[in-house]
Design a protein around this ligand. Structure first.
Ligand code: AMP
Ligand code: GLY
Length: 420
């Protein structure tokens, strides 16, 4: 977002907290963490930005919008109450059921491991075990066997391995199909759909291994048919926005619908109260409108006047992660080859867990870089992204080699026809 905003003629200056080694080239960074809402409020009171955008979920779920609003400062993002759509999976399922928004059948929610394990007697397999609260993409297991499900339940509810986000779990039916990220920017009345994207949640090639925050994403023209998109809007987006309006103050900001495209139509796997990571990276590359103006329109409830457009073609982001992620990993590894990768045409290397150490950029998190490329076609964008990945080195670097491959195969099999 900082990269895109920095290109806007409307934007004079960008401050970012906490930022990272890449953002530091484009914005003035301050060492205030994203979950330190009091610190962020104090920083904004000092800097007096015209507008603030909340990127990640933690400050939104903690109510940063409300804190800004009551001090007369403008922040694009949902209120604390609306952010519960992401902050509590149980809240979001009850919300969806209230407004008849298609989602996976809930078997039950539990804070006792014994009761959850007992409930496994009555489920279909595989079963999905989900932590209720925020767990940075690590709170869901699609369990094939009873042993796997039991072990995960014990890790979450007895050993508290996921922290407070895992103090309650739910069991739900596993849905079959392909996943799609459908993200809108809304002012509570109108909404502006982003180009559709697909994430790759599992750690390893072939969608194997544990769930992560996302190992790569792509977007390409015609991922779904206009008819299918109309169905998503009618059955899912509109009832969600209408339900939110009915229950509180209308939602402002990005709203992410994580969908499963099942044989009986699109169903919601999750809501996020923000853009997705790594979906944002390919979206920012294909965006052909001024993000600052769009955010301004959302904040002033004039989104209906805004005309978005997207560059034709495709873009792909390959995440380079620290070895061991989403489990334990080491940090402080020197990253080399960034300039060579960035010099390739149509490539931008977005930073996540990095920081500056003297003249060097070193790793500082699980997901380290989002190596992103755009091109006229999906196969060309994939090739460019991996060419850029090949130029970058850090000890233990781990990435998937099949980002976008499933989409490409499907499109080829269907003679380039969109899905739905
Ligand atoms: P969530 O955080 O709820 O999106 O879950 C993370 C990932 O787990 C999703 O992107 C899916 O890959 C998978 N998942 C979640 N719920 C289900 C479900 N009901 N059926 C199948 N896969 C699921
Ligand atoms: N890529 C999924 C997420 O941001 O939660």
């Amino acid at each position: 977002m900082v990269w895109r905003l920095a290109q806007s003629p409307e934007v004079e200056k960008i401050w970012c907290a906490p930022g990272n080694g890449g953002i530091a080239d484009l914005a003035e960074c301050f060492p205030v963490n994203a979950d330190d809402v009091a610190g962020l409020v104090a920083l904004a009171e000092r800097l007096k930005p015209d507008m603030t955008v909340a990127g990640p979920e933690a400050p939104l779920v903690a109510g940063i919008r409300n804190k800004f609003e009551c001090r007369g400062m403008r922040l694009v993002g949902p209120s604390r109450s609306d952010a519960r759509l992401e902050g509590s999976k149980i809240f979001s399922k009850e919300f969806m059921d209230r407004y008849r928004i298609p989602n996976a059948t809930l078997y039950g929610s539990f804070d006792s491991a014994q009761e959850a394990i007992r409930a496994l007697d009555a489920v279909d397999w595989p079963v999905v075990v989900k932590a209720d609260g925020l767990c940075a993409g690590k709170g869901v297991l699609v369990a094939e066997t009873r042993e796997e499900a039991e072990a995960f339940i014990r890790r979450v509810l007895q050993k508290h391995e996921l922290g407070p986000g895992g103090s309650r779990i739910l069991l739900e039916k596993a849905l079959k199909g392909e996943e799609l990220s459908f993200i809108v920017l809304t002012d509570g009345r109108s909404f502006l759909p982003m180009a559709t994207t697909q994430d790759h949640k599992r750690a390893f090639d072939g969608d194997r291994g544990p769930n992560t925050g996302g190992m790569g994403a792509y977007t390409v023209d015609g991922m779904i048919t206009p008819h299918y998109e109309a169905m998503i809007v009618k059955d899912i987006v509109r009832p969600t926005l209408a339900g939110l309006s009915e229950e509180g103050i209308p939602y402002t900001g990005f709203l992410y619908f994580g969908l499963m495209l099942t044989a009986s139509g699109p169903m919601v796997l999750e809501y996020n109260c923000r853009l997705g990571d790594p979906e944002t990276q390919p979206l920012m590359m294909r965006m052909d409108f001024d993000l600052a103006r769009a955010l301004e329109a959302a904040a002033t409830r004039k989104l209906h006047e805004f005309k978005p457009s997207w560059k034709p073609g495709a873009s792909v982001c390959v995440v380079m992660a620290s070895g061991g992620y989403p489990g334990a990993y080491e940090t402080g590894k020197k990253i080399e080859g960034l300039a060579d990768a960035n010099a390739l045409p149509g490539v931008a290397v977005f930073h996540a867990g990095t920081k500056c150490e003297g003249d060097a950029i070193v790793t500082s998190g699980g997901r380290v870089l989002g190596v992103t490329a755009t091109a006229d076609s999906l196969d060309a964008a994939i090739a460019r992204a991996y060419e850029a990945v090949g130029k970058i080195h850090f000890e233990g670097a781990h990435f998937r080699t099949d980002i976008g491959a499933k989409g490409l195969k499907k499109m080829r099999a269907a003679g380039d026809a969109p899905r739905g």
